[in-house]
Write a protein that binds this ligand. Structure first.
Ligand code: SF4
Ligand code: SF4
Length: 248
């Protein structure tokens, strides 16, 4: 007998290829740029004192983060690289099919499964039409995930951990050292493609660790700003237009 079974049959509607950022591993970002597309960077900071209350959540995020200096404090920063599909993915053809299907990013292979091990798959939270959940392959049953998907999910999580230092070093090399605070806002950078390619080429020739630069944090909520200042975290109040700041 199947318990908690989730079946899924993608209908190819392409909704998941539109109106979003597509998270990429560093290697996938290289390929994305080499195909002539834009790669965005989302920078998110946190520390033990404010986020989160659950230790497992903190451990999961800390594995994807790099510890950096901010004023008199140490904070963790995660850099998420993402293909710009805010209108729609440039690889989506007029026929609604993926133009790079065999080489599509891991996240596209994994969707609608969750990559974060602490988030349970909930069809109601997904943008897929309701009918695709009624039949098809078994994605998940009794906490067992389809083995091919499980392997792709693990590869994605491992890449998050493996790429963390390199991504922060690249951000520092491109002058992106202001992060938003996790749960408060998003800081989204859209670096010029040529700058990206130049920074990656330089990094690939001579990989470096993060340079120990002083990072700043921009926050939306006044109470949070006071709290972070009290522990010595440097706040960014220049309201620079180098990035898009979106409160949550
Ligand atoms: S790479 Fe393909 S599957 Fe992924 S978002 Fe773009 S069009 Fe969709
Ligand atoms: S939104 Fe869901 S059903 Fe539509 S193409 Fe994406 S994964 Fe398939």
């Amino acid at each position: 007998m199947e318990n908690n079974t989730i079946r899924f049959a993608c209908n190819g509607c392409g909704i998941c290829c539109k109106g979003r950022l597509i998270p990429l591993t560093l290697d996938e970002a290289r390929q994305w740029l080499n195909r002539g597309h834009e790669v965005a960077v989302v920078l998110e900071a946190f520390d033990e004192s404010t986020w989160p209350t659950q230790p497992r959540q903190f451990t999961h995020s800390a594995q994807r983060a790099v510890e950096v200096t901010s004023g008199d404090a140490r904070i963790r920063v995660v850099a998420v690289l993402a293909g710009n599909a805010l209108t729609q993915c440039r690889n989506l053809g007029d026929d609604g099919r993926c133009g790079i299907y065999e080489e599509r990013p891991l996240v596209c292979r994994i969707y609608p499964m969750e990559i974060n091990p602490l988030i349970a798959l909930n069809p109601k939270e997904k943008i897929c039409p309701p009918e695709v959940w009624e039949e098809g392959e078994v994605l998940f049953t009794d906490r067992v995930v389809d083995p091919i998907l499980a392997d792709q999910i693990e590869r994605s999580r491992q890449a998050d951990r493996d790429d963390a230092q390199a991504k922060i070093a690249l951000c520092e090399a491109m002058g992106m050292t202001v992060a938003a605070w996790k749960g408060d806002a998003l800081a989204v950078y859209l670096p010029d493609r040529a700058r990206w390619l130049e920074a990656i080429a330089r990094y690939d020739q001579a990989p470096v660790s993060p340079a120990g630069l002083d990072w700043t944090v921009r926050v939306e909520t006044p109470a949070l700003a006071e709290q972070l200042q009290r522990v010595g975290i440097a706040l960014d109040d220049r309201h620079s237009t180098d990035y898009i700041f979106q409160s949550l």
